[in-house]
Design a protein around this ligand. Structure first.
Ligand code: PLP
Length: 359
């Protein structure tokens, strides 16, 4: 069977090259006589894999020296709680911006640990835009301000880094990390689950400015303590070693594509094409304000939702999979992460045009 074009929101498409390399190295990694899955995480072979991944990520994102780069478990969802537990630093409040389903979840978790100040919310537009940053409530006593740079479900993406007037900025970058250049020095924390743009699930990447960590309550389990994990190369316990290796391969692949600047060009071209196809059709529409449309997750609805089933069945026949929209917004969603090929996007657009003609 040939590989389908996978538009799933996460876990999501991986580059063929990466999967083939993993396959080639599955039984015997670089003449070590063992699979990466079988290696001690403290052995020299795995340590070299771990170090290379970290170095590649630092290079790709140009992460400054005063940041710790951690590879943790518990997903991005775990960080919704670990962030207030780690960086409140004796403060009692934190600012949150609500731009969709993932911000909503982060806010709910944070309320267990601090007073949440809702700096801004797009709920009244049903999460189809982003409130003007100049109107945000910025409480100078807040320990940090949290936002979600790309709302994976609603398909809303920040096009610029918000200005917080000195409040440390914390960003859930799960679904658009490494898709465009970002100035890491503007952030207190960037975090992401790996299963969208970085590889398979199983690891949460946390990039944290070192002055924000080290002051935590003793009740916090040490594997969730950013400072202790930083002191132990993120290996206080056995990490998800094989997933770590795979995300490392994805970093090598990304470097071979020309890095983030090159992949951003591809992402812009693919998203532009797909939004145009939606715009010019009478059948498909996307409700998001043009200024905030996501390059990664493109939701669209059919004018007549009784056609949804036929659309998905036809897509499946054309090897276009993972297109069913999230139940919160309905319709369809095409997730076109870094590893999605131009061929895949073209095949989707061709199918959409054909389906509109014949339905
Ligand atoms: C997928 C996703 C999450 C949840 O990630 P888990 O690793 O499943 O916890 C959180 N935030 C955003 C923006 C996501 O896209």
């Amino acid at each position: 069977m040939a590989r389908a074009f996978n538009f799933s929101a996460g876990p999501s498409v991986l580059p063929d090259e990466v999967l083939k390399q993993a396959q080639a190295e599955l039984l015997d990694w670089r003449s070590s006589g063992m699979s990466v899955m079988e290696m001690s995480h403290r052995g020299k072979e795995f340590m070299s894999i771990a170090e290379e991944f970290k170095a590649d990520l630092i290079e790709l994102m140009a992460i400054p020296d005063n940041y710790k780069v951690l590879f943790l478990q518990g997903g991005a969802t775990g960080q919704f709680s670990f962030i207030p537990q780690n960086i409140l630093r004796g403060k009692t409040k934190a600012c949150y911006v609500n731009t969709g389903a993932w911000s909503t979840k982060a806010i709910k978790a944070a309320k267990n640990y601090c007073d949440v100040i809702l700096s801004a919310s797009a709920e009244s537009s049903n999460f189809t835009d982003i409130p003007n940053v100049s109107d945000w409530v910025l409480d100078q006593d807040a320990a940090y301000l949290h936002y979600t740079s790309n709302e994976t479900i609603q398909g809303v993406e920040f096009q610029e880094i918000p200005e917080t007037k000195g409040i440390p900025l914390v960003c859930d970058m799960s679904s658009n990390i490494l898709s465009r250049p970002v100035d890491v020095s503007r952030y207190g924390i960037i975090y992401a689950g790996t299963q969208k743009n970085m590889g398979p699930s199983g690891i949460a990447v946390v990039i944290v400015r070192d002055d924000l960590i080290g002051e935590v309550d003793k009740s916090l389990p040490e594997i969730f303590d950013y400072q202790k994990q930083a002191n132990n190369d993120s290996m206080l316990n056995t990490p998800a070693t094989y997933n770590w290796y795979l995300v490392g391969l994805v970093m090598k692949w990304l470097k071979a594509q020309g890095g983030i600047a090159a992949i951003e060009k591809q992402n812009i071209a693919q998203a532009t094409k797909l939004y145009q196809a939606i715009e010019i059709s009478d059948l498909y529409s996307n409700p998001v304000d043009k200024a905030y449309r996501s390059r990664m997750n493109i939701p669209f609805v059919l004018k007549d939702n009784t056609l949804d089933k036929a659309f998905l069945a036809g897509a499946d026949k054309n090897a276009l999979i993972g297109l069913k929209g999230h139940r919160l917004v309905g319709g369809m969603r095409a997730s076109i992460y870094n590893a999605m090929t131009d061929t895949g996007v073209d095949a989707l657009i061709d199918f959409m045009v054909e389906f509109e003609k014949t339905s």
